[in-house]
Write a protein that binds this ligand. Structure first.
Ligand code: PLP
Length: 387
């Protein structure tokens, strides 16, 4: 059975070149980067080479890169590291749970948090961020690209708001990295987090940018690794993989890769919408990363469509979350003022660097017929067609 994976915002496969780069570091080049002997020196050199590659992807200095275990850790470290009891934090209603649940914890710890909303295209208005400022605001944390819709946020304008108010700015760039250029100076952020497994490096790897001179409390205490910003023996093969993936991403971003990927995504989107009535794009009209589209198909359940497509060999996802036994529609789509039914009728399709035109054609061939079949058995659809 043919299987096509179009859920790259959930995770990406490790690219063959990344895997090849990592292999020796599991076998003969296994040293601890803190050791002073030959093995340690080789490990250290590999970590520093990877640091330079990640720095090039984010356009910062290598010394400003700290390796982490992934996006969740970077978000937690960036937020908890800058905020204390009594501080006020501004974030948005469409953040990933790695930020939202960290902010909920801050509230339990005696901080105040303002959650800024979005318009119906899923965009945050920097003016809303400015209006939310208070004398005790310490941090603004707003994502660069949304994981469900791919909508890019005006982080440069938000960075300006943060600078003018002299508050810290953290951005979760997990879904932007490797898809659009990142320039920490242009963004004006103090802390930025990325995740390895969204850019074809292994799961459980990641990095943070921490602006030089930023006083940030570590999340993890122990040895003096990562210039005392993140303790623990470095994940050597993982870091090497992340470095290689960052190198490939930087190369890809400077070529035709992004335009070609956006063209494939747009072709998929247009072909599906041309073949299915009562359907549309969530976040249409907004600037988006090139690999993501989020589509609604009225009268069906997104979860049911994900399962039906999986049975046909196509992997996509719905933003719905299972909470206390019930399927809750995506908080991102609800924040965009989608009616509950439409939010529940949405699926996310996300391409990766391994995605081919044939993969996209396969999706174009199976989505319309599967939506049609689900609608045939949907009482909601029959009610709609008989009135
Ligand atoms: N932030 C965003 C926007 C994400 O999409 C994800 C993962 O889906 C994360 C953070 C968490 O990253 P990780 O899986 O590396 O912990």
């Amino acid at each position: 059975m043919r299987r096509v994976y179009l859920d790259n915002n959930a995770t990406t496969p490790v690219l063959p070149d990344v895997f090849e780069a990592m292999k020796p570091f599991y076998l003969e080049r296994f040293g601890n980067a803190s050791s002073i002997h030959h093995y340690g020196q080789h490990a250290r050199a590999a970590v520093e080479k990877a640091r330079a590659s990640v720095a090039a992807l984010m356009r910062c200095r290598p010394a400003e890169v700290v390796f982490t275990s992934g996006g969740t850790e970077g978000d937690n470290a960036g937020i908890f590291g800058l905020v204390s009891k009594g501080d006020h934090v501004i974030t948005s209603t469409i953040e990933h749970s790695a930020v939202l649940n960290t902010c909920k914890r801050l509230e339990q710890m005696g901080c105040e948090v303002t959650y800024v909303g979005v318009n119906e295209r899923g965009e945050i208005d920097p003016e809303d961020v400015r209006k939310a400022l208070r004398p005790n605001t310490r941090l603004i944390s707003v994502m660069m690209a949304n994981n469900e819709t791919g909508v890019l946020q005006p982080v440069e304008e938000i960075g300006k708001v943060a600078r003018e108010a002299d508050v810290f700015f953290h951005t979760d760039a997990v879904q932007a990295a490797g898809k659009v250029p990142i320039d920490v100076e242009k963004i004006g952020c103090d802390v930025l987090s990325i995740s390895g497994h969204k850019i074809h490096a292994p799961q459980g790897t990641g990095a943070m940018y921490i602006r030089k001179g930023t006083l940030i409390q570590p999340l993890i205490y122990g040895g003096s690794h990562e210039r005392q910003r993140r303790a623990g023996t470095e994940n050597l093969p993982g870091i090497v993989g992340l470095g290689k993936a960052a190198e490939l991403a930087t190369e890809w971003l400077s070529g035709n890769g992004p335009a070609e990927m956006a063209a494939m995504r747009d072709h998929l989107q247009q072909s599906v919408l041309a073949a299915v009535e009562a359907a549309g794009v969530n976040g249409a009209g907004a600037a988006r990363v090139p690999n993501t589209t989020n589509l609604w198909f009225d009268y069906i359940e997104g979860e049911a469509l994900v399962i039906a497509l999986d049975l046909k060999g196509l992997a996509v996802s719905s933003g719905a979350a299972c909470s206390s036994g019930a399927i809750e529609p995506s908080h991102v789509l609800l924040a965009m003022a989608l009616p509950h039914d439409r939010a529940r009728a949405s699926v996310r399709i996300s391409l990766g660097k391994q995605t081919t035109q044939e993969d996209v054609d396969f999706a174009i061939s199976v989505i319309p017929e599967t939506v049609g079949r689900l609608r045939e058995i949907s009482p909601l659809y029959h009610k709609h067609t008989t009135v």
